[in-house]
Design a protein around this ligand. Structure first.
Ligand SMILES: C[S@@+](CC[C@H](N)C(=O)[O-])C[C@H]1O[C@@H](n2cnc3c(N)ncnc32)[C@H](O)[C@@H]1O
Length: 611
């Protein structure tokens, strides 16, 4: 039998250590994060500063290919994807310029590797400018929007694992972020507290690298010392040590495939990598997984920031291993704790207990189906209670009943009016894709009140509160998870003829003006950035023209919750025009929908199109 050739020499790549001469990174303080969610700044494509570069040599490619061998822990779709990739092939020519900004962004191109494979460069990203944070936040946001659009598309086509299909499509289309680098520490554009419904989404944004294994790591072949180092952990809630309020994570190790024989858990590559992260002082991103009925996957993955591996020992326990991780200081408060705090708060509110700082338990005084508490722990201002009257819904004009469409008619034209693409909402009541106008069924359609095409008519169902904010006076935040595509609320106020109000003004001016909201609806449900080989409906959807809105809402005297939502250029919600079956096309409702997972205690934001 021929003897096997000697192994190729191990490539030498250094684990990046902090550079003592580098400018100090801007810590992601609560204030900066709040600003990130709100501020208006032009995106700057020159983004993360990266440390060390290593050429992709033939030896390195061979080593990488060995490392990329699928693990039995990986989902079969993903493993298949990895098998298909040839990392030693020359880089493809840059994609043609596209109308989709997610494709056109040079910053986006720089953060993606070739065909979803992992690159060799190990990077500790240090951002020095707010503009960098904002442009990368927007990049992450767009990647998540594409993922969600693809996932919805595959689920509607009957695939049980739409999330894995979406990931595969994004890897194939080179749309996953940070594939050409191995990021140690915080991932640019991802904020502490960000919540994800699918592990596949963690890979899309570069937080984690494995679909099922709990520990993400840089393989030994890329580390100068010849040892793997862990960079991320997905920890299930049971590992959360309540005594330390989440600042300490006691992790008992992954029970995955043994690396070189031996006891389960002892030599698993991930566990080994954690030991070396401890030895070399490499920080680890922690994502905690919680059970969550409101999430479509039944799980919610919350990014809790970066932790230092304090110790990694064998001892009694499930896998015989105990790893102690301590959260690094100077980060935003733990997202997982906000989740728990919100639960305590809603329990108190449900028991009619008014916690300190709460001005009322219900701003709407029973006019909405859910109560809206108002919280001010900053000063004595009570203006939401004293200055305006709560008007739950706007009084929009109805069209006179038409003889040709009697109310007994069992079919209606609304489905066709929504671009011919079927109902606007899925069976869970989530908006499938944004449109110039969503046509809902109404009183003239003849369908029952339970018709799935009447989502906004049922009013608010999500738990929210109005709160006093340091930067923007009053704002609105979630008290429970709001899923992407969920209807949140609609604007209300007194109708004023649009012709009487200056539509060119870039101020809010106390009007909710349908002419001013930018067409953010275009971003929702749009997966055109991905080139889908199996797609036969990838052309741009055809929507009927919509008439210019004939009114604006004056919210200075009468208003509802929507008027307290603040402005951002990286918003988590958007305004969708909605016309119901018995209403005039020129008087649409201004409905607010979530465009990403909005976790409890997270502020809602809309792009108002204002300065
Ligand atoms: C629709 S209202 C939002 C509710 C308002 N914050 C309040 O206290 O009633 C719009 C006004 O809020 C303030 N605002 C909204 N977003 C803001 C932001 N990102 N930064 C600073 N102020 C903001 C501005 O004064 C703006 O005219």
């Amino acid at each position: 039998m021929a003897s096997s050739p000697p192994p190729p020499p191990r490539p030498r790549i250094l684990v990046p250590k902090p550079d003592p001469d580098a400018p100090p990174p801007i810590p992601l303080t609560p204030d900066l994060c709040a600003a990130l969610r709100r501020k208006s700044t032009k995106p700057d494509p020159g983004a993360a500063h990266q440390d060390e570069t290593t050429p992709l040599t033939a030896e390195l490619c061979a080593a990488l290919r060995r490392e990329l061998e699928p693990s039995p822990e990986d989902h079969s779709d993903f493993a298949h994807r990895l098998r298909l990739d040839d990392i030693s092939a020359p880089l493809p020519p840059p994609p043609p310029a596209s109308a989709n900004p997610a494709r056109a962004s040079s910053s986006a191109a720089r953060t993606r590797g070739k065909k979803g494979t992992r690159g060799a460069e190990i990077v500790r990203a240090t951002l020095t400018a707010d503009a960098d944070h904002l442009s990368l936040r927007d990049l992450v946001r767009r990647a998540r929007l594409t993922f969600e659009a693809l996932r919805g598309r595959y689920v509607r086509a009957g695939h049980s694992r739409g999330d894995m299909r979406a990931l595969t499509a994004m890897l194939a289309s080179n749309l996953c972020l940070y594939r050409d680098v191995r990021i140690v520490g915080a991932v640019p554009g991802v904020l502490v507290g960000d919540a994800f419904s699918y592990r596949a989404e963690l890979i899309v944004v570069g937080l984690h690298s494995r679909t099922q294994a709990a520990i993400g790591f840089v393989p030994a072949s890329l580390v100068s010392e010849g040892h793997p180092v862990a960079t991320s952990i997905v920890s299930s809630g049971e590992y959360l040590d309540d005594r330390h309020n989440g600042e300490l994570l006691v992790y008992t190790g992954s029970g995955g495939r043994p690396w070189s024989g031996g006891e389960q858990g002892q030599h698993d590559r991930g566990n080994l990598a954690l030991s070396y992260s401890c030895k070399y002082g490499v920080e680890v991103r922690v994502i905690r997984c919680h059970d969550c009925n409101a999430s479509p996957s039944g799980k919610l993955y919350i990014y809790d920031g970066v932790y230092k591996v304090e110790s990694s020992t064998y001892g009694p326990g499930k896998s015989g291993r105990e790893v102690n991780l301590v959260r690094l200081p100077g980060q935003d408060p733990l997202g997982s704790n906000a989740w728990r705090d919100a639960k305590k708060l809603t329990d108190a509110l449900d028991s009619n207990i008014r916690p300190p700082g709460y001005l009322t338990l219900d701003l709407s005084r029973g006019k909405e189906a859910v109560r809206i508490p108002v919280c001010n722990t900053l000063d004595q201002d009570r203006s939401p209670l004293d200055d305006t009257e709560y008007l739950a819904r706007p009084e929009l004009p109805l069209v006179p009943p038409r003889l040709e469409r009697p109310s007994s008619l069992r079919t209606c034209a609304c489905k066709k009016r929504n671009g011919g693409g079927g109902l606007a909402y899925n069976s869970d009541g989530m908006l499938v894709r944004g449109m110039p106008v969503v046509y809902e069924c109404g009183a003239l359609c003849g369908c029952p009140a339970s018709c799935p095409n009447r989502v906004t008519q049922r009013g608010m169902t999500r738990r929210l509160e109005v709160f006093r904010s340091k930067e923007t006076e009053w704002g609105v935040r979630a008290l429970e998870l709001i899923q992407p595509g969920a209807f949140i609320c609609e604007f209300s106020g007194d109708l004023v003829a649009a012709a009487d109000v200056d539509g060119a003004s870039t101020d809010w001016n106390g009007y909710a003006d349908p002419r001013k909201f930018p067409a953010r609806w275009k971003e929702w449900g749009d997966f055109s950035a991905a080139a889908l080989p199996d797609d036969d409906d990838n052309g741009p959807p055809l929507f009927p023209p919509c008439p210019e809105p004939a009114y604006v809402l004056d919210v200075s005297k009468r208003r509802n919750l929507a008027s307290y939502i603040c402005h951002s250029t990286v918003p988590n919600s958007f305004v969708q025009l909605v016309v119901r079956g018995d209403e005039s096309d020129s008087c649409p409702h201004l409905a607010v929908f979530a465009m990403e997972n909005i976790p409890p205690m997270c502020e809602l934001s809309i792009d108002y199109g204002i300065d």
